[in-house]
Design a protein around this ligand. Structure first.
Ligand code: ZN
Ligand code: ZN
Length: 410
């Protein structure tokens, strides 16, 4: 019986037909087809029929975590992704280093010049300065993310995520004062803290020698932190606690790294893994094969199908599917491992966004009842033996196949 699980999540690979063809139907995919042939196949609604899933909620569901219970916004996921050790009850925010006007006066009256501070990324010293010099009436942790990104958590009593964003999400407008969205003491208090953080961090950042140097060189100073996407960290069982299995995650995408870390998994960094079509796909597959020796369950997330579909690039999606298929060759000789191939949602070229269409799912394991499907695509999958399942069904099916599911009843 398999003791290991490799879950390959092909982000947004499923599509709607254009002239009766989807990129998966057009692309030559001998390896994916061979897995379909060896396995049991079906279609899966990542959340439920017709629900257009984001990648975050899609992944949560595929890992057996009901997003309606555990998803409280992007903040907690991004914060976990930066390496902040988030705790239940923390209020987590996404943050951008940004440039606002260099002038005296209130932070909330200075126009945002660049929401990404010219994509300035050497932010370590700036984060350190804010952590050292700012005092708030509650504990906080600011940590940098990739590029100009960062995350903030507020920790303490009397906090709420029911407040508005500071980030105006547009250049040429000033940051917006956070306001409570409900008339509760905790929300009023949190809005006040967020405004204090925004003003206080701006004062520290604009005086920082690094920003002065940038300004003198005619570059955009990273003189502000724009907060958005607050979410309260939920009580969430780690993957290990929930299943008794260790989790390794191979991905080039910060959002999925955040999901992995939020569930107590180990994120395996791969050089050149970008989440774009130029990603180091061979490196990721090698890392996943290596990780399967150390972890019980390994997620291999491949992103660029989604990106190309958002761009409406049919041929690009076809080419990337073929590139990934070719790189999957070493996976085919994996033994004693349950292999799952699926997607977190559909991203049709014609929609240029996620849709609620179900995705194909293939399960390869010595214990599955093989069906007659011999192609991995949206049209073949529904005739397979797995029929139609939901994202939350996937982990219980896998747990049963690998013989670690607990019996229900006597
Ligand atoms: Zn996705
Ligand atoms: Zn997408």
């Amino acid at each position: 019986m398999s003791s290991k699980v490799l879950m390959i999540i092909l982000d947004g690979i499923a599509d709607r037909p254009i002239d009766n063809k989807t990129p998966l139907l057009v692309a030559k995919t001998p390896n994916l087809d061979s897995l379909a042939m060896r396995g049991i196949n079906g279609i899966m609604d990542p959340i439920s029929p017709g629900i257009r899933a984001g990648s975050d909620v899609g992944h949560l569901a595929l890992l057996g975590y009901d997003p309606y219970k555990y998803y409280t916004g992007r903040g907690p996921i991004e914060a976990a992704g930066t390496g902040i050790n988030i705790k239940e009850g923390d209020i987590a925010f996404r943050a951008n280093f940004a440039t606002v006007e260099e002038k005296d006066g209130s932070f909330f009256e200075k126009k945002v010049i660049d929401r990404r501070a010219g994509r300035f990324s050497q932010t370590d010293e700036l984060v350190e300065a804010v952590m050292d010099e700012l005092s708030l009436d509650t504990e906080f942790i600011l940590k940098r993310g990739s590029g100009h990104r960062a995350a903030l958590i507020l920790r303490g009593e009397d906090l709420s995520d029911k407040i508005s964003d500071v980030d105006p999400k547009k250049e040429g407008k000033p940051p917006k004062k956070a306001i409570p969205l409900v008339s509760e003491e905790a929300a009023i208090n949190t809005a006040r803290l967020v405004n204090k953080f925004s003003e206080g961090s701006h004062d520290i950042l604009r005086k920082h020698s690094l920003n002065k140097a940038l300004y003198e060189k005619g570059r955009l100073p990273a003189n502000a932190l724009l907060l958005r996407g607050p979410g309260k960290v939920p009580r969430i069982e780690s993957f290990k606690e929930k299943y008794g299995l260790s989790l390794g995650v191979v991905t080039g995408t910060s959002l999925i790294k955040g999901i992995g870390k939020m569930l107590g998994g180990i994120v395996i960094d791969v050089e050149g893994a970008t989440g774009s079509p130029d990603t180091n796909i061979e490196g990721k597959i090698k890392a996943a094969l290596d990780a399967i020796k150390r972890f019980d369950v390994v997620i291999l997330h491949i992103k660029a199908f989604d990106e190309l579909a958002h761009d409406g690039d049919f041929q690009g999606k076809v080419r990337f599917i073929e590139k990934v298929d070719k790189a999957l060759t070493p996976i085919l000789s994996l033994n004693n491992c349950c292999i799952v191939v699926t997607a977190d949602h559909s991203t049709p070229i014609s929609v240029r966004n996620h849709s609620g269409d179900p995705v194909p799912v293939t399960l390869v394991d010595e214990n599955v009842r093989r069906d007659r499907i011999d192609s991995f695509d949206e049209f073949s999958a529904p005739s397979g033996g797995l029929c139609r399942i939901r994202g939350l069904d996937l982990m219980p099916i896998i747990m049963d196949l690998i013989g670690v599911a607990e019996k229900y009843g006597a």
